[in-house]
Write a protein that binds this ligand. Structure first.
Ligand code: MRU
Length: 335
């Protein structure tokens, strides 16, 4: 991903390892400023995930894996560190997956093996997303109007993205897609992050308020929808950022194809249906404040679920690194 920070042009993932610390783009500050933060301890690593300085399912999977691997190298107790990191965010299964992998590598290969494997996992995550882009690019031709939600781009996955990968890939192949970006209340991952990525990449886009989605879908302004996911169940139900379900229902009603772009690490073999997905409920201040400014009456309570569950019946296909599969195929493919 290309970006500018401190007057320097970068072309790198949303975080990287340097001198046994993790350097990340602080996503809370984007797009107004591009700040890099260096993390060298477990509490700060957990805080970065909890406060969404690093976010998106595959990115927190790899970030969590590196945070645990580096803590093991510092001689910290693996089980304690794993628990601290695991408890930061409950919905994205990738975090659990990344932490479990590190524990497995540690038991098998010791400290050096863990660092090497975490590095390989990092590279594989990037390659997986590039392949999602390649596999989904046939859905997009010149002028295709794609709608997406939240940020399932390079910032959420290290590089390429999941939902943004086919868009990025087709644009790099010379296509000229157009993207409707829903702002994604309350933390504005669409307006702040997806728009920033698309602008840096020179891809045409417009930001809309979340509640404009259905009328654009109904009005024939959307050719297809591509979103990411935080957890996909065995029956094809999936969780993604709050506001995904209403787009899926509108898409079905008005005959617009609805795709979910996902790496295999986001499928959860233990989760048979959407009812079992733990949904993160975040603090009400994220709704009642915009930045520093309060926008609702003091004393009016807020309810802030960060994700919703979309039933498999609304999904046209899952764009995986190995091709597009139907929701009915999920069970066999993840065996
Ligand atoms: O709360 P966030 O910003 O971490 O939510 C992220 C999403 O919902 C993404 O769509 C999802 O993680 C897929 S990322 C490729």
């Amino acid at each position: 991903m290309k970006f500018r920070a401190g007057g320097v042009e970068h072309d790198r993932p949303c975080f990287w390892i340097s001198d046994h610390g993790i350097v990340l783009i602080d996503q809370r500050a984007l797009p107004m400023s591009v700040d890099l933060i260096r993390i060298e301890d477990t509490e700060r690593a957990a805080e970065m995930i909890r406060t969404l300085a690093v976010r998106g399912a595959p990115a927190i999977g790899s970030f969590g894996a590196w945070a645990l691997a580096l803590a093991i190298r510092r001689g910290e107790d693996p089980e304690t560190v794993k628990k601290i990191l695991y408890e930061t965010r409950p919905t994205a299964v990738d975090l659990e997956h990344g932490l479990d992998l590190v524990m497995k590598w540690f038991k098998k290969d010791g400290v050096d093996g863990v660092l090497e494997s975490a590095g390989r996992f990092y590279e594989e995550t990037i390659e997986t997303c590039r392949r999602i882009g390649q596999m989904g690019s046939h859905l997009i031709s010149n002028g295709t109007k794609v709608m997406t939600h939240c940020n399932a781009g390079a910032l959420a996955t290290l590089d390429w993205g999941t939902a943004l990968a086919p868009i990025r890939f087709s644009s790099r192949e010379g296509m000229d897609p157009f993207v409707w970006v829903s702002e994604t209340r309350p933390l504005l991952q669409g307006a702040r992050l997806t728009a920033w990525e698309l602008k840096n990449e020179g891809i045409r886009h417009r930001i809309i308020v979340d509640s404009a989605s259905a009328s654009l879908i109904a009005g024939g302004e959307v050719d297809l929808i591509i979103v990411g996911a935080d957890r996909v169940c065995v029956n094809g139900d999936f969780a993604n950022k709050i506001g995904t379900l209403s787009k899926a229902i509108a898409a079905r009603e008005f005959g617009v194809p609805f795709y979910v772009a996902v790496p295999w690490s986001t499928f959860d073999r233990e989760c048979s249906s959407g009812e079992e997905i733990p949904i993160e409920v975040r603090g009400g201040d994220e709704i009642s404040f915009v930045g520093e400014k309060r926008i609702s009456p003091t004393g009016s309570e807020c309810h802030n679920p960060a994700f919703d569950v979309t039933p498999a019946k609304y999904v046209t296909g899952f764009i995986t690194p190995d091709g597009v599969i139907s929701p009915n195929d999920v069970k066999n493919k993840i065996k």
